[in-house]
Design a protein around this ligand. Structure first.
Ligand SMILES: *Cc1c(COP(=O)(O)O)cnc(C)c1O
Length: 426
């Protein structure tokens, strides 16, 4: 499969954009390939600028649960844009979107919109600190919560992909306020809260980590986080930027029945436009300016075009509830892959929750970041490249999730299995 135009576009981009990309996850260096430049996409398929067609399992890193350019979404965006792209004043649809989110998330009494997941988590952490009057935060190895200063320690996503333990540019004084624990280790949580509980403003977790590859929480782990926060008077923040409306309308907290104090959202709730939101218990949210003293603001927050996209997606999801169908299709893919790997004697496991999954080339299912890191990354690179050449686009990193959309069909799953079997025969 020729990608000459992508290569040329990359060579050109490198001269004007650092690394040739506006987000590190878009380079293909960790899988030993050159980045693909996209030209258009519809439904489950993406076309590159050379005209190659791919079954897309990146789907804008999970934002596109309805697939690319879903008509109900593009229609809503067009209609909103024609009425004015940004006002700098409030609009009724912002409340409508907040109400739709509240309907899906009983833990959210009120919600504020921002422009990215990074901003959502950064703001939620500030709010937790302002509310509790405490400074330290607890996060987990391999958890990714955007790129704000205090959250880059031992983070997943691009930092995992490129082996960056923490980022230069983050002062030690800030990094030292972040306590980093292994995921799925209740003992570590209990010990830390016993020792530092009086200083801990919040425990921040992806309730289903998806930025070290997908790593489901073990039975009872989220409950341990809830209890630890109750004991220490800390705020429990679930970062559901990926999992919100992905694994269930009410996210991982619905799936596992654990209620956080604050929730951060992003990706799906903007339908592919830049978005983030955070919300939770009224008593905490009321500490935000203008009613309270914790400051947080945004020129374009709650932008009418973004909000219209969010409303269109959430209405579609709440009205059509595609989750069972997604589960079935993703289950078929998982089973097919397992069978193919087993038949070929290939050491590989699949971690999956609903429509998100990761293929790890390792002998056992990773339950934390160090397990995930011990997977054969070079093997993932070979798998990635073979799939790419067969017209199947998986994320260009072992440490990212793959996503199905409502537009993927059984035929697309078959195409993957055929390609995987052909690769395994070689
Ligand atoms: C993507 C992601 C973020 C960051 O969102 P951006 O919109 O990229 O800033 C934060 N947390 C989680 C769990 C994410 O997956």
């Amino acid at each position: 499969m020729a990608r000459n135009l992508s290569r040329k576009a990359y060579e050109k981009a490198i001269r004007s954009i650092p690394g040739g990309v506006n987000s590190p996850a878009r380079t293909f260096t960790s899988v030993g390939a050159e980045p693909v430049f996209a030209s258009s996409a519809g439904g489950a398929y993406l076309y590159d600028i050379d005209g190659n067609k791919y079954v897309d399992f990146i789907q804008s890193w999970g934002a596109n649960i309805l697939g690319h350019a879903h008509p109900s979404l593009t229609g809503a965006i067009r209609a909103a844009a024609e009425k004015g792209i940004s006002f700098g004043l409030s609009t009724p649809p912002e409340t409508e979107l907040a109400e739709l989110v509240k309907k899906a998330f009983p833990s959210i009494d009120s919600m504020r919109m921002v422009n990215s997941g990074t901003e959502a988590v950064m703001s939620a952490v500030r709010l937790a600190r302002g509310y509790t009057g405490k400074n330290k935060i607890v996060k987990f190895e391999g958890g990714y919560h955007g790129h704000s200063d205090c959250l880059l320690a031992k983070a997943g996503s691009g930092l995992a992909t490129f082996g960056i333990p923490g980022s230069p540019g983050v002062p030690d004084a800030i990094a030292s306020e972040t306590l980093v624990l292994p995921y799925n280790d209740p003992g570590a949580v209990k010990d830390t809260v016993k020792k530092h509980g009086d200083d801990i403003a919040c425990i921040l977790a992806e309730p289903i980590p998806a930025n070290m590859g997908v790593v489901p929480p073990e039975n009872g782990f989220l409950e341990v986080l809830r209890e630890a926060c109750n004991e220490s008077g800390s705020v429990l923040i679930f970062d559901e930027v990926i999992t919100g409306f992905r694994v269930a309308p009410g996210g991982a907290q619905q799936l596992f029945g654990v209620r956080p104090d604050l929730t951060t959202l992003g990706k799906i709730i903007g339908g592919g436009l830049p978005v983030g939101a955070f919300g939770g218990r009224r008593e905490i949210m009321d500490c935000l300016a203008p009613g309270g003293l914790v400051y947080q603001a945004g020129t374009l927050s709650g932008n009418p075009v973004v909000v219209s996209a969010g409303i269109a997606v959430l209405k579609y999801l709440l009205e059509n509830s595609p989750y069972e169908k997604l589960e079935l299709l993703a289950g078929e893919l998982e089973e097919g892959l397992k069978t193919a790997f087993k038949k070929a004697g290939k050491e590989a496991v699949i971690n999956r929750v609903g429509s998100m999954f990761t293929v790890f080339f390792s002998h056992s299912q990773p339950a934390n970041y160090s397990h995930a890191r011990s997977a054969e990354v070079a093997e993932y690179g070979k798998f990635f490249s073979a799939m790419l050449d067969a017209g199947i686009l998986f994320p260009p990193s072992q440490f990212e999730a793959s996503f199905l959309s409502t537009q993927h069909s059984p035929g697309d799953i078959e195409a993957v299995l055929t390609a995987v079997e052909a690769w395994l025969r070689k």
